[in-house]
Design a protein around this ligand. Structure first.
Ligand SMILES: O=C(O)CCC(=O)C(=O)O
Length: 281
């Protein structure tokens, strides 16, 4: 037990494992009673009952514009913006505590996200990526601590997170490509999803996480997740922290992590080509 009020205290070996591997699994970060307080709000989003979200409510496994019943991987971005009652909840506070220990006192909550894989949806795949590949370059300090709270036991069968340990230490970001369903020049206008190739030496590790426990990952680790082959949901609540200066930079260029942001994704993708210099390398 490492909960201490609204903090969650990491052991020295967990701090060093995060630096070495690029991820952690932390047990019992949120209690059953605390989960019960969060869940009704989570459900309002995931069941499509929050109006006015535009592209912030979409299928993370497919193109924009799919009918809701066809979503495989329901994705609600920035729920705390659409429902400020989430601000300061116990998971946010423990995630902040964990982020401060892993990246320093200026760790600042950057964005949140609700994800839910529908039952029996082999297509509920989160494509392989590095989070930094999704974000604007030009941030001198790229550090990010992303905490993902399991609302259901996450298992290999229902499509739990998979990582390539140590890939966060590669000197350059891998080239990110728009996923196959995108065809227009402004590719991110058709679907948000980007993907990287796995190489023959990439050793994939699955991260089963029990309800109330969390995984934590670095912005450069290669990760993704397969479809859901079970009769139950896999629901996840994501909270990401970056440095105060980086969050301020993002906002100064109009980037809020909302899919409704107006960003030149073509320019961004060109900047990610392996031959181009970019701040993330
Ligand atoms: O939990 C998952 O399936 C993937 C989530 C993810 O890629 C992320 O939070 O960066």
């Amino acid at each position: 037990m490492s909960r201490s009020g609204n903090d969650f205290i990491l052991r020295p070996e967990q701090l060093s494992a995060y630096q070495r591997d690029g991820y952690l699994v932390l047990e019992d970060v949120v209690t059953e009673a605390e989960l019960g307080a969060i869940e009704p709000t989570f459900q309002r989003f995931i069941e499509g009952r929050v109006p006015g979200m535009g592209r912030d409510f979409c299928d993370m496994s497919g193109p924009y514009g799919r009918a809701f019943e066809d979503f495989n991987l329901v994705n609600a971005v920035l729920p705390r913006v659409y429902d400020p009652s989430l601000v300061g909840n116990v998971f946010e506070q423990r995630a902040s505590s964990i982020a401060r220990q892993l990246m320093g006192a200026d760790a600042t909550l950057d964005y949140d996200q609700f994800l839910a894989k529908r039952p029996r949806r082999p297509g509920a795949v989160f494509a392989w990526h590095q989070d930094l590949g999704y974000w604007p370059t030009g941030t001198p300090d790229t550090r990010t601590v992303t905490c993902s709270l399991a609302l259901d036991d996450a298992t290999p069968a229902n499509g739990c997170l998979q990582v390539v340990p140590g890939s966060h230490r590669e000197p350059r970001l891998r080239a990110h490509r728009p996923s196959a369903w995108s065809t227009s020049p402004e590719l991110r206008e058709e679907a948000h999803t980007l993907t990287v190739e796995l190489g023959p030496n990439d050793a994939v590790v699955s991260l089963p996480v029990k309800r109330g426990s969390i995984s934590v990952h670095d912005e450069r680790i290669v990760h993704g997740s397969p479809g859901n082959g079970t009769s139950g949901w896999r629901r996840t609540y994501v909270v990401a922290h970056r440095s105060r200066a980086t969050v301020d930079y993002e906002r100064s260029i109009g980037f809020t992590h909302s899919h409704n942001d107006v960003i030149s994704w073509k320019t961004h993708l060109q900047a990610l080509e392996p031959t181009a210099a970019h701040a993330g390398s």
